[in-house]
Design a protein around this ligand. Structure first.
Ligand code: BV8
Length: 239
């Protein structure tokens, strides 16, 4: 386990050119969005793995949409925190996120790979076409103009990730000088397997060591909003 100061000093001497930020639910925790595995992550005692599946949607689409609309409202009422805003200052870095909350984009990050989709987009269950749906849903479940049900444009458990997102994340991880691993438990695959592709330095920022900690060059047991801004400053100072 390292201190923020020690890792910032290491970054200043490393002078990283290609930086990737790999983020999970923990980066949005200080924006008031409950993580999946924290106590607040349960909705009506359902685990995410119970509701974020094609089977759950087929069984009870209204229930699944109620859960998504509950999360969408939480996220609408939230603001990007100091970690999101600091990462947005790295305009040539790539953010590879497991989060569907869109807070990195709202913070101003331009290069963002949403591995698991975005909760404010919908997809037609018949045509597969996607469209933005930021506003409150007027009907549950919402329907496409073609009459078919709409589903959230997210990747559910048991579903394959978008090829282009995986390809872009894989290439960036392979070429990275530095990967910041922020607020993920590192248990959901194939996302968690991306960090090991990095041949440069990896820094975990997480109050509790994740399943990825042992494979990281440095681990900082701090929250994202506390640790990410000084590390971003160190990257910018090294330029
Ligand atoms: C697939 C979108 C092919 C929906 C999500 C290999 C081994 C084992 C299992 C599998 C495997 N390969 C595939 C699987 C199955 C499964 C899987 O990984 N299961 C896990 C649970 C064991 N993977 C899949 O199904 C994937 N698809 O593999 O397809 C296939 C097909 C058929 C059969 C087999 C294979 C699809 C996975 C994507 C699912 N969709 N989200 C939605 O959001 O509604 S996953 C969802 O959960 C999130 O996107 C995220 O990825 C994950 C939650 O993880 P984290 O983000 O890490 O959050 P978590 O709460 O766990 O941890 C938070 C961390 O933050 C903690 O460590 C905490 O300490 C820290 N923290 C808290 N506060 C702070 C903080 N850190 C910093 N600052 C703070 N303030």
């Amino acid at each position: 386990m390292s201190s923020i100061e020690d890792v910032a000093a290491a970054i200043r001497s490393l002078r990283p050119r290609k930086v990737v930020a790999f983020t999970g639910a923990g980066v949005s925790a200080e924006s008031g969005i409950p993580t999946f595995r924290s106590a607040g992550g349960l909705w009506r005692n359902f685990r995410a793995e119970d509701l974020a599946t094609p089977e759950a949607f087929a069984r009870d689409p209204e229930l699944v949409w109620e859960w998504y609309e509950w999360r969408r409202q939480l996220i609408r009422d939230a603001e990007p925190n100091a970690a999101h805003l600091a990462l947005a200052k790295l305009d040539d870095a790539l953010v590879v996120t497991q989060n569907v909350d869109g807070l990195h984009l709202r913070a101003g990050s331009h290069e963002v790979v949403e591995l698991h989709g975005n909760i404010f987009r919908v997809r037609c269950t018949r045509e597969g076409t996607t469209s933005d749906a930021p506003g409150e849903l007027t009907e549950m479940p919402p329907r496409c103009a073609c009459g078919a049900m709409l589903r959230p444009d997210v990747i559910w458990f048991g579903e394959l990730l978008p090829d282009d997102a995986v390809a872009r994340a894989t290439q960036a991880m392979r070429e990275a000088d530095l990967v910041l691993v922020i607020g993920t438990s590192g248990v959901v695959y194939p996302a968690a397997g991306l960090v090991a592709l990095c041949r440069g330095a990896t820094v975990e920022i997480n109050p509790q060591a994740s399943a990825l900690a042992s494979g990281c060059t440095y681990t900082i047991e701090e929250t994202a909003a506390v640790a990410v801004p000084p590390l971003v400053d160190a990257i910018l100072e090294s330029r």
